[in-house]
Design a protein around this ligand. Sequence first.
Ligand code: PLP
Length: 395
Amino acid sequence: PIYLDNHATTRCDPRVRDVMLPYFCEEFGNAASITHVFGERAKDAVEKARETIAAAVDADPREVIFTSGATESNNLAILGVGRCLPPGSHLVASSIEHPSVLEPLQKLSEEGHTVTLVRPVQNGDPQAGRVLAESVEEALKPNTRLVSIMAANNEIGSVQPIREIAALCRERGIIFHVDAVQALGKVPLRDELREVDLISLSAHKVYGPKGVGALIVRRRQAGFKIQPLIYGGGHERGLRSGTLNVPGIVGFAHAVALALADLENEMVRLQQLRNLLFHLLKEQLGERVQLNGPDLSRPDWRLPGNLNVRFPGIEGETLLLHVPELALSSGSACSSADPRPSHVLLALGLSETEARASIRVGIGRFNTEEEIRYAADVLCSAVRQLVDLQSALEG
Ligand code: PLP
C-alpha cells in the first residue's frame, strides 16, 4: 500500500537509522556513567544532539529536556507547570489541541484550576482551523497563568500565529507552551518560537525514531516553576529521570538536521503534491468532495503536506475499507479505540455526519507524484462506487 498517513508517523529515514546504529552495540555506554570512555562517548553524542535540537528552536542546549516523545513532553509541560501555579489559576488552550494537552488540562481542572478552550476559525473561512491571536486575547483573564496552543494541527494542518500569541503572553507575563510536533521540520519555526517558554517536540513525526522527543524549558523570560512527572536519578536537570535513549536522541537530532537542511524545497514539493491531489479529486468528483480546514494556497496557514476532505454522504471509515491500497486515516476517530468523531472537525463547526465523512491525507518525504496520481484515481473510483451503491439502495 501507499503510505499517506505522515501525520500519524513517518518512516525513519535510512540516513537517520545509519547514524543511530553504532549506538546500539558499539557505543552502548550510559550517558550518565562518565567514569569511563563508554559513558563519555555516549554523553558526547547526547550533548551534540542537544545542541542540534536547541539550535532548531533557538534555545540554549541546557533548556532541552529529552523525553519519551511529545505525549510525555505535553504532560510534563502542562502538569509540571500547572501543579506549581497558585490554586484556582486560569489556563487557556485551543479546542483543537492534541489529547496529550487536553487531558492533562482536564486533570488540572479537576485539581482546582479553571480552563478555557478557544475555538478556531470555523470551516468555510479561508483561515478555518486557525486560532487567531484575538480569540486567545479575548479568553485571557487577570488570573490566566498558562496558555497552550499547538504550532500546527495534526488533522487539518492549520498553522497558528504563534509569534503573535507569544507577544500577548509576554506582555502579560503569562507562560506560553507550544506543541510544535507537527510543525517541526515542516514549516519555518525558529523565529516563531523565539518568545515561547515551553516547546514540545517528537522525533517520529520528522523521519526520526519513535519513542523519543523533547521539552524545551526556556525560563529566561518568565521565571516559572516546573515539577517533574518522573523521579529517580535526577537526569535532565532533575526534570526527567531515567537513562537516556542514546540511539534515539542521536537519531532525533539527525532527523531534525536533515529536515531543516531541505525545508524550503520540501515545502514547495509537498504543497505541489497536496494541491495536485485536491485538484484531481475536485476535477473528478466536483461537489462530492469538500475541503476541511484552511486554504491550500498559504503555507503559513496550512502544513504543505496536509489534506483533509469530506465526501458528503459517504462514511470515511467505509471509504477506507474500499481503498486497501492506500494508508490513510479517517475523520471519525483520533484512535481506533475511540468511536467518536474527531474533536478537531467538530470544533471547526462540522456536524457529526460531516466529520464522519472525512479523511485525512498526510503527504511526506517519500511520496512521489506517481503515487499521488494513483491515490487520486483509487479514491475517485471508490467514491463513485459507493455513491452508485447508495443510489441503488435508495432507488
Ligand atoms: N502532539 C501532536 C500534535 C501530535 O500529532 C502527536 C502525535 O500523535 C503528539 C503530540 C504525541 O506525540 P508522541 O507520539 O511523540 O507521543
